[in-house]
Each structure stands twice: as C-alpha cells, then as structure tokens.
Design a protein around this ligand. Structure first.
Ligand SMILES: Cc1ncc(COP(=O)(O)O)c(C=O)c1O
Length: 431
C-alpha cells in the first residue's frame, strides 16, 4: 500500500521528471481543459478515442496535395502511390500485433472486418455450430456473431455461448473458459473474444485460450480493439486463427479510422476456406487485366475488397510510425508503471470512499485501463470530473468509470489529477 508521501503531487512531478523514451507527449495534441486549475486536459479516454498526433495533419495535407496535383495519376505517381498505399502499413501494423507482414491487412472498420473473418472462420455444421463470446462482449460483437448464426440458419439464442464470470466476480478465469470449451467441445465452431475486455479492462490469456480452442477443433479469433497498441501481442506465435482491431483507440488514428485484420499464415493458401472478395483481393500484378476470376496471393490482402480510403490511411501510417519508434516493450514498461501508480492512488482513496477497482491487479491480466465501480450516478460524476477538474474519463452505466492512462501521452501528474479530482468529488477533500 502506498504511504502518505507517495500520494503527494510532488511525487507525481518527480516521477515525470525521470526520462522515459516511451513518453511522446510532445508528439500529441492534448485538448484544453474545460475546467480546473490546469490548462490541458488530463486525458484518460484513449481507450475510447486516442489523441491526435501532431504529425497527422501534415500527412493528411500531403495526400490532399497529391490528389490536387496529380488527379488520377496519384494512383501510381504520388510519392506514396495510392494503388499500393496499404502495403506500406503492413509491416508496422504487423509489429504492433506480433504477426508476419503478409498476415496483416489495414482495411475497413472493425465490425466489418469481424464479419469478413467470420464469413471465413465460422463454418457451422449441424453439430458444430456454436460461437463462443464473452457475456460482456462489446455489443457490436454480439450483434455480429448473432447475425452470422442467423445467416447460416441456426438459432442465435442457443448457438451463441456466452462466457460469464463466477457469481460475485467481475472478470473471467482462464480455467473456467477452458472448462466451457471442453464441455461443449463437439458443438463449438468458432471462438471470438475480446483480448482486453472493454468494460472490465481484463486482459485474457490469449495464448492459453487459443490453444484450448484449437485443441477442441474450433477456429479461434480475437477482437483486439482494446489490445492493439496497448499490450504486447504475438498473434503468429500464439497460433491465433484470425483477429481484428480498430485504430482509433490506443492506435490514435482518429475517429472511425481504418481498422486492421490478421489471418494466420497457415490459412493463407488454403483454398478450402471461403472468403468474400473484391478486386483488391486479387494479385496486384494482374489486377488491371480485369479478369472475371480472381487470383489472390497467399496474404491477408486476399480478404480486402475495395481500393483503400487514401485520405483515411495517412493517420494510421503516422500513428504506426510512432509505435515503431517507441516499440511495444518500452511502451508496455511505461504503461505498467503508470497504471500501477494510478491503482495505488485509487486504492488509497478507496480507504475513504466507496469505490472498487474491477480490473485485475496482476500485470498479466491488465493493460492501460482501470475500471472503477462506484455506486453513484457515474455519468454525472464523469461530467463533474471534466467540468470541475479537466479530467476526461468515461462512464459505462450503471456503475463503471474507466480511466486509461495511455502511456504515449499521459503523465504521472495526470494520474495524480485523476485521483485528486475523484477524491474531491467523492469526499469533498483532495487526495
Ligand atoms: C471491443 C469492441 N468491439 C467492436 C467495436 C466496434 O467498433 P467499430 O465501430 O469500429 O466497428 C468497439 C468500439 O468501440 C469495441 O470497443
């Protein structure tokens, strides 16, 4: 437990004074605070929408300039030719998720990618027809799997198996997930779970669960919306079948940014796997021969359909450049320190106020998010944190407030401000 000296504001400032190569705050535009004593927001909503990198505007302008100057010739003659623009994003995206470059494609949006991957990796039979998701899956994932089940003429109410924590617990246990997989081994076609749960902030044991799912003959996929750019991932080595993520949270590529998808190498040249295709699925060498039958390469690009939205690709490229220059190990090291510090402050506050951190404390089971249960009107409390203190978090009703100290731009002092603001709102006194 933290002692009194450690909760002082000075301590946060001392921690911020230590050099940390993973702190890239100057590369980001921090929104002005709407209230409180500090000019800038203490921003904890990067698990919802990451902040804008300073370089993004220039990158976007360069792509607009190319369009202005080259018109249609930009497809081939732009400095970053549009026809192959997505290929430049493949390597850095693969490094973020621990994949081989040809296992990754930047395309579409997250739910669309989940649908495209389910079209390939949910192939139900009369017996093996179930999909496993977590009960607290983000609603879009629930709707996606239910609609796939219905699309294949099964009953979503019985074919979707929802993983629930034990009574009185907030998070899932690996052994319980494996038990469920084993119990229903013959009827499970596909597993699709969030790598980091959006509500609890729990990081699941992706390699162990993947191995258990594959052992029973299911295809195992992961929604990495809250994991990509947040926690170290090794999708290739973990033998994950498929995965998808968005780029607007920890990947800071802007609202509705172009998303990512992963298909394991072992599936890439398997002609037995069905796929929904378009002209961007086919081999770029022969694409403009305009043949009626596609000839995809053995690459995740085979899952892409349309020519990419170039004006939306620049922000992803800019952001991935930052991740490349910092590297996931350094980022994770800073993330763990920041999150541990925020946890200590909140635990200190919990001795005086009625709050409970539902995110697991064990480093193997969390990323850069602490979900705090408070028995109050959390929407109103979140609003007061912003208006009175310039602290931006977000609420998930009925009783959760999420704080995500994103390591690229959040500071220890931001964490102190969050705890101090919460303390003032809940107890009438500072931390
Ligand atoms: C875990 C998870 N899955 C799916 C989605 C939906 O994403 P999109 O609107 O990009 O399809 C979100 C959005 O926040 C999410 O957090």
């Amino acid at each position: 437990m933290i002692d009194d000296a450690d909760i002082r504001e000075d301590r946060a400032l001392e921690l911020d004074a230590e050099a940390d190569p993973a702190l890239r705050r100057d590369d980001f535009l921090i929104p002005p605070a709407v209230g409180g004593d500090f000019p800038l927001t203490a921003y904890f909503a990067g698990n919802s929408l990451g902040l804008q990198p300073r370089a993004t505007r220039g990158e976007l302008m360069a792509d607009l300039d190319a369009w202005e100057e080259l018109g249609v010739h930009g497809h081939t003659d732009a400095d970053r030719p549009w026809v192959s623009y997505h290929e430049a994003l493949r390597d850095p995206a693969a490094r973020v998720v621990g994949a081989l470059p040809h296992e990754v494609v930047i395309m579409n949006t997250l739910t669309v990618n989940l649908h495209l991957l389910l079209a390939s990796f949910y192939r139900p039979t009369a017996i093996r027809h179930r999909i496993v998701i977590e009960d607290s899956a983000f609603p879009s994932d629930s709707y996606a799997v239910r609609s796939h089940v219905a699309f294949r003429r099964h009953d979503p109410d019985t074919a979707v198996l929802r993983l629930r924590p034990r009574d009185g617990e907030d998070t899932l246990r690996t052994e319980d997930i494996i038990d469920t997989l084993d119990q229903h081994a013959h009827s499970i076609a596909t597993v699709l779970i969030g790598g980091v749960n959006y509500l609890s902030g729990e990081l699941l044991d992706i390699p162990t669960i993947t191995a258990a799912g594959r052992r029973i003959g299911a295809a195992v996929g992961w929604d990495l919306a809250h994991a990509a750019g947040n926690v170290p991932l090794s999708l290739h080595d973990w033998d994950v079948d498929f995965a998808a993520w968005c780029s607007y949270k920890y990947l800071n590529s802007g609202p509705g940014a172009v998303a990512g998808a992963f298909v394991h190498e072992r599936h890439l040249s398997n002609a037995a796997i069905p796929r929904l295709e378009g002209w961007w699925s086919t081999d770029p060498e022969t694409r403009f021969e305009m043949q009626p039958i596609s000839s995809p390469q053995a690459s995740a690009d085979a899952w892409s359909m349309s020519n990419p939205p170039i004006l939306a690709m620049g922000p992803v490229r800019t952001s991935l450049g930052i991740f490349d220059s910092v590297g996931m190990p350094a980022l994770r090291a800073r993330s763990l320190r920041l999150t541990a510090y925020l946890r200590e402050l909140l635990e200190h506050l919990a001795t005086r106020a009625d709050l409970h951190i539902v995110t697991p404390a064990d480093d193997a089971h969390h990323g850069a998010q602490l979900s705090v249960r408070i028995d109050t009107d959390v929407a109103d409390l979140t609003e007061r944190l912003s208006v009175n203190w310039g602290v931006v978090a977000d609420d998930r009703r009925p009783d959760i407030i999420r704080f995500a100290p994103a390591p690229l731009y959040c500071t220890f002092h931001d964490c102190w401000r969050a705890a101090d603001a919460l303390s003032n709102e809940l107890t009438g006194e500072g931390i």
